[in-house]
Design a protein around this ligand. Structure first.
Ligand code: BT5
Length: 288
């Protein structure tokens, strides 16, 4: 197993390596390595993230299930995970495509103490913990495309879908959905060819989904607790942003904005420097 030897800057969401004992892979795992609740929980050194697990072989969307669990009193950190989604969602009505048993498709239910404007911090956190888990398990370098794409060598290997429940101005809950391409070749799907990639495609061998998931959940718990204490992930997020310094066009809900990418602000807005020298923060849109 290759591990990244990149030393973590102090700001990174590093964890005590002792916490990771028990989540090494157990040898041969094979393509259809099972992600059953028992196996996920075994050796998972978290207090609440992933301690309650709702598992499906096949379901519409794990995000939808997680939202439905709020009224049933599901605890913070509840993990909803599926081997297959029949209606996997991206943002803005788009689809998330993944054959059964090939990746990680899951959602975490959280009740964060954040304002509505601060919720994008969780999307950045999710990308960061996914990146650190991927790097630590595979050694592959992970970059981001704003706001929610997880890239390996320029190809999309994963995405984050953050949804929230709101009463008036109060945040009730957040569902953090993460999809990662692990052991399949997304170029088989015409819609994804040339744009998407996976860990196995980049590494030339299969990767233990269980090990990746457990690591991600452990990192998530540490990062989430820090975030609740005021940690701001935007600088580390920016350090992994693929387009920094480049001129991009961002398609907005209405119109578009052009400029050089400077980074991301504390609440996740993409900072663009326009031709006239002014800086604008873009909160919703798509980098073309
Ligand atoms: C995302 O949306 O990238 C967020 C994806 C989140 C998926 C997870 S899976 C578990 C949880 N439950 C759900 O129902 N969803 C979450 P967006 O930025 O809108 O990107 C969607 C676009 O990515 C699509 O329009 C495709 O072009 C592309 N895409 C779809 N499936 C892909 C895949 N497997 N790999 C790479 N790109 C993909």
């Amino acid at each position: 197993m290759a591990y990244s030897n990149r030393s973590l800057p102090e700001e990174e969401l590093s964890v005590n390596p002792a916490m990771l004992t028990g989540c090494r892979s157990l040898g041969y795992y094979g393509f259809m390595e099972e992600l059953t609740p028992g196996r996920i929980r075994e050796g998972l050194a978290t207090k609440f993230v992933g301690q309650k697990i709702v598992y499906y072989e096949s379901i519409g969307s794990t995000n939808e299930v997680a939202k439905g669990l709020v009224d049933k009193g599901a605890p913070e950190g509840t993990l909803v995970i599926a081997e297959e989604q029949t209606a996997g969602k991206g943002r803005l009505g788009r689809r998330w495509i993944a054959p059964a048993g090939t990746g990680l498709l899951f959602s975490l239910l959280l009740y964060p103490n954040l304002t509505l404007e601060q919720v994008p911090r969780l999307t950045m956190l999710a990308s960061l913990v996914a990146a650190e888990a991927i790097e630590s398990v595979t050694g592959l370098a992970v970059r981001f495309k704003w706001p929610n794409d997880i890239l390996i060598r320029g190809g999309k290997a994963g995405g984050v879908l953050t949804e929230m429940g709101v009463t008036g101005e109060r945040l009730d809950y957040v569902v953090m959905g993460i999809g990662l391409n692990v052991n399949w070749n997304p170029s088989q799907v015409p819609e994804l060819a040339g744009k998407a990639t996976s860990l196995s495609e980049e590494l030339g061998r299969e990767v233990s989904r269980l090990e990746l998931l457990q690591r991600l959940l452990i990192y998530m718990e540490g990062g989430y607790l820090r975030l609740q204490e005021g940690y701001l992930p935007h600088k580390v997020f920016t350090s992994r942003l693929a387009d920094v310094g480049e001129k991009v066009e961002v398609v907005l809900p209405r119109g578009k904005e052009e400029g050089f990418v400077e980074g991301v602000d504390a609440d996740g807005a993409l900072l663009l420097r326009r031709e006239d020298g002014s800086t604008v923060g873009v909160t919703m849109g798509e980098v073309a």
